[in-house]
Design a protein around this ligand. Structure first.
Ligand code: ZN
Length: 114
């Protein structure tokens, strides 16, 4: 029995997303895949920490703020997750409203012909 490599999203796909993640330019699906991967994968998490430090660390030190990398990153990741959750809820609500609207329209059309 050979080891199966997961063909879904591997580190090779995740790591190029790091700059986009820090710039908040990833689309919702990519951001979701990214955060899920980074939470499980120490290698990509390390890469993210380095990029995060390079991007925001110097700035923070210049402003005299303290850096707590793990805490900061955890907050950034949970912020993303929260945003995605809200977006998902919003999309579900919109779909529900749309569904109801279409249903009501059908009922109205039906009633007109009865
Ligand atoms: Zn990885």
């Amino acid at each position: 029995m050979g080891k199966k490599n997961k063909t879904e999203f591997g580190c090779k796909q995740i790591q190029p997303m790091i700059p986009g993640y820090l710039d908040e330019t990833l689309d919702m699906d990519s951001a979701r895949i990214f955060t899920e991967h980074v939470k499980k994968c120490a290698v990509c998490r390390d890469e993210l920490e380095i990029s995060y430090l390079l991007k925001f660390g110097i700035e923070k030190v210049e402003r005299g703020e303290t850096i707590n990398l793990t805490e900061d990153l955890d907050r950034t990741i949970s912020d993303t997750e929260e945003t995605m959750m809200r977006l998902t809820q919003f999309h579900t609500a919109v779909k529900l409203i749309e569904g109801t609207a279409v249903f009501m329209l059908c009922v109205c059309i039906l009633l007109l012909y009865i």
